[in-house]
Design a protein around this ligand. Structure first.
Ligand SMILES: C[S@@+](CC[C@H](N)C(=O)[O-])C[C@H]1O[C@@H](n2cnc3c(N)ncnc32)[C@H](O)[C@@H]1O
Length: 263
């Protein structure tokens, strides 16, 4: 990557509070055009001028680099496995679970888990947390409102009708569900992670794929440390925690922390 491109992308990412050296340079370079488009400019010079006139645009520019793509029940096989194999056995019937969506983007992943827990009558008593480094993504997550195109993806109609309320332009997640989930802005790579009690289930999907190997290894260690023994780590389709982690693979994208109960 040309030094001026690297310097510009690094500057934008620092504005979003993340360390550019942790991200794969090739992945970042591929997002340059998207970043420029988000600022409605064609060159880095124009981008710098736009950002000095309107510093608040830096958030959207960083958002374009960090790729916030997500959807409900993304990778349906993973959610089927959680539904059929994990949730029935991860804790005694009726007991709530501690679930963390790390790198939650607009919240569709955590709301998908909330819907599954509700279907298993385990939402009450559960603690659900979504974290992301982008404040504007978390604002959308908190709002819990999604336009129609979003829901056409992976969300089965029956679940949509049970857990969402329709309005003029889209669908809002059921208020009771919105009350149960919590959101927090946090950098997964540098900030202290959320302390005890440990998590039963951590979803960290499609984050490590954009990281340099050393940063990804550090992320897996940080997450595995926060998982209880027997707890489940869910990763993206193209991701795999390194072999050093005390994890065993249960199915594609699903790992269990060694020790404790088996799912
Ligand atoms: C591609 S989205 C994945 C969303 C969801 N996990 C999924 O798979 O559908 C990646 C998310 O990770 C967030 N992210 C990237 N680096 C991060 C970091 N260092 N700390 C916290 N969040 C980060 C991005 O802002 C983005 O919202």
């Amino acid at each position: 990557m040309a030094p001026e491109v690297a310097e510009f992308l690094g500057w934008v990412l620092r504005r979003a509070g993340v360390e550019p050296a942790n991200y794969r340079q090739t992945a970042l370079a591929r997002r340059l055009q998207a970043c420029l488009r988000s600022l409605h400019v064609r060159t880095i010079e124009e981008a710098r001028a736009a950002l000095s006139r309107q510093p608040e645009l830096a958030t959207a520019a960083a958002g374009a680099l960090l790729i916030g793509v997500t959807s409900f029940f993304r990778d349906p096989n993973v959610f089927d496995y959680l539904d059929q194999k994990i949730l029935p056995s991860l804790a005694p019937p009726g007991q709530g679970l501690r679930v963390w969506s790390a790198g939650c983007a607009d919240g569709a992943e955590l709301y998908s888990m909330a819907i599954l827990l509700a279907e298993h009558h385990r939402l009450t008593g559960s603690h659900l947390l979504g974290t992301d480094c982008r404040a504007e993504a978390l604002q959308r997550a908190r709002r819990g409102w999604f336009d129609v195109r979003w829901l056409l993806g992976g969300l089965p109609e029956a679940l949509r009708d049970r857990h969402f309320v329709r309005d003029a332009a889209g669908w809002r997640i059921d208020e009771a569900m919105r009350q149960v989930v919590c959101w927090a802005q946090s950098d997964l790579l540098s900030e202290p992670l959320f302390d005890a009690p440990l998590w039963d289930l951590i979803l960290c999907r499609n984050v490590a794929i954009y990281l340099e190997p050393a940063a990804a290894a550090s992320l897996w260690t940080r997450l595995t440390t926060r998982l209880r023994e027997g707890g489940i780590l869910v990763v993206g389709k193209a991701e795999r925690p390194d072999a050093e982690q005390p994890l065993r693979r249960l199915a594609p994208c699903l790992f269990q922390k060694l020790g404790g109960v088996r799912a």
